[in-house]
Structure formats: structure tokens, C-alpha cells
Design a protein around this ligand. Structure first.
Ligand code: UD1
Ligand code: CA
Length: 464
């Protein structure tokens, strides 16, 4: 939007969270609270985007920089937390030379959506008020500033809960802490806000009463979608919002062609990407950093983080995937764990009770049963028998196992790395491989079998 600057307030500690961590860094749908607000603000394409930080400023800047590297934020520090009006005062230098409308957002209202903000700014401009407040009517008004209107409905002021009379506390319309006002009026009002109130703080909401006193017009834009407008002050709120956001995110993916068999049992991070016709079974956790292609299937009770799945990948029930890259048409599971650095080429197959780590598995290769494959490069068309283990760690260093194309590994094989096996070589079952195997060779290393005739007759009898 042209002529718009956004200021997000995020300097508070969030004492009601009882946390060492700044409140706005607590995760919601896998990314910090503040990242949600910044994303909603970015959707408006403002001319300036200012974020006021104080408690934990460095950590906040670093975390937001990681999640939203191109947000174009001007960071401002509020050294002493003297209240929301004081925080806005700290942002004024970052607004110098800007003469449009300033939209002020609370960093702890993470479910705010860009279209609501667009409608709010549009209402502010259409009504011509000097200051407009975004209000809503949540299920419970406790903890919020109440919107006080005069007879006839005109906005009079906002009263904080701690300063409210019992009658004012009964008001159900609350302030979301979101304001739109003219940049040119802001410094004058901020300078006039006092701190004679229950908390001894400089309250931004007092700007409403100042505008009314100045006779320049103040209005409240009431939005009915309270579920998107609630804030987080404690961990109960955080959990409630997690539920609301899960419903929203999963709903959006269903609208884009993804099937969730039991949406309320699944959880997806805000940054997940899912392809159409993918089916997600109950009790699946996806993200952060998960990309799933089209026509995939994620079976019940799977958790996938920081992984990319191409098209038509099937992950069967009870798998845990982290940092895995899976090409098209692979099948994984049930009951397997793919750890960071696992790369499956197309049509590869990891079966049940397998663990992989830093392992590249070639096209169509199979690790089907009870195996550990770590620090390994496995060629195409390789069959790895049940119970195969890459002994990659000698207690000090990790070593690599390299298997060529078309290798056949018998069951219960150990590769004492470093080991290189040439193309098409065969390893006999039960072999502990301690030396490289050339291409096309058969390697067997186990004690020759001895059969002792009539053993049962000579066997010592069990005492009664
Ligand atoms: C604030 C509003 C209240 C509104 C509610 C909506 C005030 C005085 N009250 O109350 O009217 O209904 O939000 O959730 O504004 N912050 C700073 N610097 C400070 C103080 C706060 O940056 O000195 C930031 C906080 O990090 C937070 C936001 O401002 O993101 C709101 O502060 P908070 O303490 O949560 O205010 P509430 O009591 O929720
Ligand atoms: Ca708050």
C-alpha cells in the first residue's frame, strides 16, 4: 500500500510467559510469534517496516533474519520499557521524512492476517478519522484494553483492564493494540501521553482520548474475526493460538487440494509446502522446513522436519524423517528413521526398522529390513539384506562405506568402514567386511560350517 509505514512493537519481555526467552520468539506453528506479524505486515508492501525491540533484541533480530531474510526491517531499540506509547516514540526517528499513514501492530498478535489489515487501513482512509483503532469481541475480554464508546457509539477512549471500573470491565469490545494514524500527528500525541495510571506506563491507547480531545476524530473499526485478532500473553494463550492456527493452515492446504484424513490430529508448520493430491493420514507432524510434492502419502504417526519429498513418495506409518531429501517414487517405512543427510534417489526403498544418516541411496536401491546405513554412498540397483550395518565409527572418527551399482549384500553383513565395494559384487550373508571388494567378486568371511552327526543323542540330558 502506498503512503503506509508499519511499526511493530516487540520490546517487552512478556513477563506473563515466565520465560528466559522474549515472548515474541516463542514458536507458533514452528516460527517465532513475531515472524507471523512481520509476514502479515509484509503482505501490505509498506514503504517502511519498523520493528521496536528491547528485551532480547539481538536474539530477535537473528531469529527473524533467518526466517524472513528479505523483510527489509528497520530495527529500533527501546532501551527502557516504559510502555507502548514510549515504544512508538522510539520508532519516530525511523519515520522521519515519512508523511503517510502509520499502522502500529503488537508483536504478540500473531494470527493477524494481511486482508484484515488491508480492510482496516482502507476503513481508516475512507472514514477520514485522525486515528483508527482495530477492535474485536473475543470470547473473553480479560486482559485487554476495553473500548469505551459514547452514547451513539462514537469512540471515546480505551481503558486498560487495570485502570477500568467494574462497569468498564464488563465491556466486551476490546482493543487489539492495532492503530492507524497520520505520521504527522504522531509525534505531538506521543509527547502528550502521560503515565498517571495503574501501571505507571506511557499507554499508546491514550492517543485515542487525545484525538477526541483535539476534535480531530477517532474511530474504532470492529472486525468480527476474533480468532485472528487475539494476542498471546501467557502459555495458555499460546496453546490456544496453536490450535487456531493449525485449523487455519490445514484448512488452507485442503483448499489447495491436499487431503487430510483427520485434520484435527495433524500439525503443520507455517512454512510447510504441500503438493496437490497428497494424502496426509492421522497424527502426522510436518515441518518446519518441509516440502512435499504432488501425489505423496504420509502415513499415520509420522513426523517430518526439514526434509524435501518429491512426487509420489510414500512414507508409511511411524516414520521419523529429519534433513532428508527424497526423490520421486520412493517408499519409506513403516517404522524407519531417516536422519540428516539422507538422500534417496528415485524409486529407492527404505523398509521397516531401518536407520539412515548421511547416506546417499541410488536409484531403485533397497534397504528393506532392520539396517543401519550411515556415512554411506550406495549406487543404483543395490539390494541390502536384512540386518546390514555400516560400522562407520571407530570411536574417534567416522568412516565411509561406498557400494557400487548393482551390489548385492547378504543379510547380517557388517561393513567395517572405510570400505569400498565394486559394481555388481556380492557379499555373502553374515560377512564382516573388513577389506575392499573388487567389482564382480563374491566376498564371504565367516567360519566354515561344521555338522556334528547324531548330536542330539550325545547331548547332555536336562535334569528334572
Ligand atoms: C496492550 C494494550 C491493550 C490492548 C492489548 C492487545 C497498552 C497499554 N495496552 O496490552 O490496550 O488491548 O495490548 O493485546 O498498549 N511493548 C513494547 N514496549 C513497552 C511495552 C510493550 O514494545 O514498553 C510491546 C510488547 O512487546 C507487546 C506490545 O507492545 O508486543 C503490547 O504490550 P503488552 O505488555 O503485551 O500489552 P498488553 O497488556 O497486552
Ligand atoms: Ca499483549
Amino acid at each position: 500500500m502506498s503512503g503506509l509505514a508499519v511499526v511493530i512493537l516487540a520490546a517487552g519481555q512478556g513477563t506473563r510467559m515466565l520465560s528466559q526467552q522474549p515472548k515474541v520468539l516463542h514458536a507458533l506453528a514452528g516460527i517465532p510469534l513475531l515472524a507471523h506479524v512481520v509476514r502479515a505486515a509484509m503482505g501490505l508492501r509498506p514503504e517502511r517496516l519498523v520493528v521496536v525491540v528491547g528485551f532480547g533484541a539481538g536474539a530477535i533480530q537473528e531469529a527473524i533474519g533467518k526466517v524472513l531474510p528479505n523483510a527489509g526491517i528497520t530495527w529500533v531499540t527501546q532501551e527502557e520499557r516504559l510502555g507502548t506509547a514510549h515504544a512508538v516514540g522510539c520508532a519516530l526517528p525511523a519515520l522521519s521524512g515519512f508523511h503517510g499513514d502509520v499502522l502500529i501492530l503488537n508483536g504478540d498478535h500473531p494470527l493477524i492476517r494481511t486482508p484484515i489489515l488491508e480492510a482496516f487501513v482502507a476503513a481508516h482512509r475512507d472514514e477520514g478519522w485522525a486515528v483508527t483503532l482495530l477492535s474485536t469481541t473475543p470470547a473473553t475480554a480479560a486482559g485487554y484494553g476495553r473500548v469505551v464508546r459514547r452514547a451513539g457509539g462514537r469512540l471515546e477512549r480505551v481503558v486498560e483492564e487495570k485502570d477500568a471500573t467494574p462497569a468498564e470491565r464488563d465491556l466486551v469490545e476490546v482493543s487489539t493494540g492495532t492503530y492507524c494514524l497520520a505520521a504527522d500527528r504522531l509525534p505531538g500525541w506521543i509527547a502528550r501521553v502521560g503515565n498517571a495510571n495503574a501501571q505507571g506506563e506511557y499507554y499508546l491507547p491514550d492517543v485515542v482520548a487525545l484525538a477526541v480531545a483535539d476534535g480531530v476524530g477517532a474511530g474504532a473499526f470492529h472486525h468480527p474475526e476474533a480468532a485472528s485478532l487475539v494476542g498471546v500473553n501467557n502459555r495458555r494463550h499460546l496453546a490456544q493460538l496453536e490450535g487456531l492456527l493449525r485449523d487455519r493452515l490445514v484448512g488452507e492446504w485442503m483448499d489447495r487440494g491436499v487431503t487430510f484424513v483427520d485434520p484435527s490430529s495433524c500439525w503443520v508448520a507455517a512454512d510447510v509446502e504441500l503438493g496437490a493430491d497428497t494424502v496426509i493420514f492421522p497424527h502426522v507432524i510436518l515441518g518446519p522446513g518441509v516440502v512435499v510434492g504432488r501425489d505423496c502419502e504420509i502415513g499415520p504417526f509420522c513426523q517430518v522436519v526439514r526434509s524435501r519429498l518429491a512426487e509420489r513418495v510414500r512414507v508409511l506409518s511411524f516414520c521419523h524423517l529429519e534433513g532428508a531429501e527424497i526423490a520421486a517414487d520412493c517408499v519409506v517405512g513403516p517404522y524407519s528413521r531417516l536422519r540428516p543427510g539422507t538422500e534417496l534417489a528415485s524409486k529407492a526403498r527404505i523398509g521397516n526398522f531401518c536407520e539412515t544418516k548421511k547416506a546417499r541411496i541410488g536409484v531403485g536401491s533397497k534397504v528393506n529390513h532392520l539396517s543401519y546405513i550411515g556415512d554411506a554412498e550406495v549406487g543404483a540397483g543395490v539390494n541390502i539384506g536384512a540386518g546390514t550395518i555400516t560400522c562407520n565409527y571407530d570411536g574417534i572418527l567416522k568412516h565411509k562405506t561406498v557400494l557400487g551399482d548393482g551390489v548385492f549384500v547378504g543379510s547380517d553383513t557388517h561393513f567395517v568402514a572405510p570400505i569400498t565395494v565394486g559394481d555388481r559384487a556380492v557379499v555373502g550373508a553374515g560377512t564382516t567386511v573388513t577389506e575392499d571388494i573388487p567389482a564382480d567378486a563374491l566376498a564371504v568371511a565367516r567360519a566354515p560350517q561344521r555338522n556334528i552327526p547324531n548330536w542330539t543323542a550325545r547331548r547332555p540330558k536336562r535334569s528334572k
